[in-house]
Design a protein around this ligand. Structure first.
Ligand code: NDP
Length: 283
């Protein structure tokens, strides 16, 4: 049977490849229902050749959306007006249409800041942070940490040149950014927060982002990756008594910020949290 779609229903699309694993349709459609909004959130797999036309076509037809791997950099140059967060990170994950122009924002920055604050009980201003990874999520975290005035951010990445590039781009924008070549170089160091911005350790079958016996001390850990029931790294850290969260909180808050761009009203955070409750690792 073909479902009845109300007249005036607005299409909100997630553009990426792959998209079938995404939890965004789950919590965004729950939020739309809770807010009694005439919108439907759909994940659309799309390749590089179709991406720009699809994004601009959906926006021009009154729709809006999110962008995920591998198109966030492409989106940053496909929109007409980019926010400061897009300029700082070179990535766009949210688009919408206004005054006949396509707008783009990177709400991963707001999502990261909210998740870090929830874990630490406040913004990481003055904190010493180890940031593992140097891709898109790491850029959003770097922008968020600089915005909140983290004192020092040490970047560690599998490909050292990318860590150096990220540190160079963000050094002095609000925090000091430096790099280390490997976990062994962190011997004796102490961090308030470690952020994993790589997919490593998400499934439990691959290596953890930071060996559990790495020679450093840290007060809390935020894994930007997520997996049903929590990532292997977060589960291992919690059994050792270290406060740790996976990427679901960041996912919800980047989605809440996107909801506000699309609909011009606050997101129903409780409904978003409730929709993702089955995927959470209980505290
Ligand atoms: P990118 O492809 O842009 O970057 C991936 C990064 O991870 C690179 O630094 C890469 O290193 C590193 N990496 C990849 N595989 C491994 C591995 N096996 N071991 C060590 N390092 C590795 O991806 P994103 O930055 O977009 O995503 C990174 C993670 O963050 C993903 O798990 C993603 O799901 C998550 N994420 C979560 C969000 C949320 O809302 N919670 C939002 C966005 C992303 P190298 O430079 O050497 O290739």
């Amino acid at each position: 049977m073909i479902p009845r779609i109300p007249v005036g229903m607005r299409l909100i699309a997630l553009l990426g490849d792959p998209v079938d694993h995404s939890l965004s349709p789950v919590f965004q459609n729950a939020a739309f229902r809770e807010a009694e909004i005439a919108g439907v959130y759909v994940a659309l797999r799309c390749g590089a050749a179709d991406f720009r036309g699809l994004l601009r076509g959906i926006a021009a037809a009154g729709g809006a959306g999110n962008v995920t791997v591998p198109h966030k950099r492409r989106a940053a140059v496909a929109v007409d007006v980019a926010t400061d967060a897009v300029h700082r990170t070179g990535a766009c994950n949210t688009f919408w249409y206004e005054d006949r122009r396509v707008f783009g924002d990177n709400t991963d920055v707001a999502g990261f800041r909210a998740a870090a604050a929830a874990l630490l009980g406040g913004a990481p201003s003055g904190a010493r942070v180890l940031l593992i990874g140097a891709g898109g999520a790491a850029s959003a975290a770097a922008a968020g940490l600089a915005h909140d005035g983290a004192d020092a951010v040490v970047v560690l990445n599998r490909t050292a040149a990318r860590a150096a590039d990220l540190a160079r781009r963000f050094d002095g924008t609000g925090s000091r950014f430096t790099t280390r070549a490997s976990a062994a170089d962190l011997s004796g160091e102490r961090f308030d927060l470690v952020v994993n911005a790589t997919p490593a350790g998400g499934s439990g079958e691959d290596a953890l982002p930071l060996p559990l016996d790495a020679p450093l001390a840290f007060g809390a850990a935020l894994d930007l990756a997520y997996a049903p029931g929590g990532t292997a790294w977060v589960r291992a850290l919690r059994t050792r008594g270290i406060p740790a969260d996976d990427g679901l909180e960041m996912l919800i808050h980047q989605g809440a910020a996107a909801f506000e761009r699309w609909w011009g009203r606050p997101a129903p955070l409780d409904a978003m949290h409730a929709a993702l409750a089955p995927f959470r690792l209980p505290r």
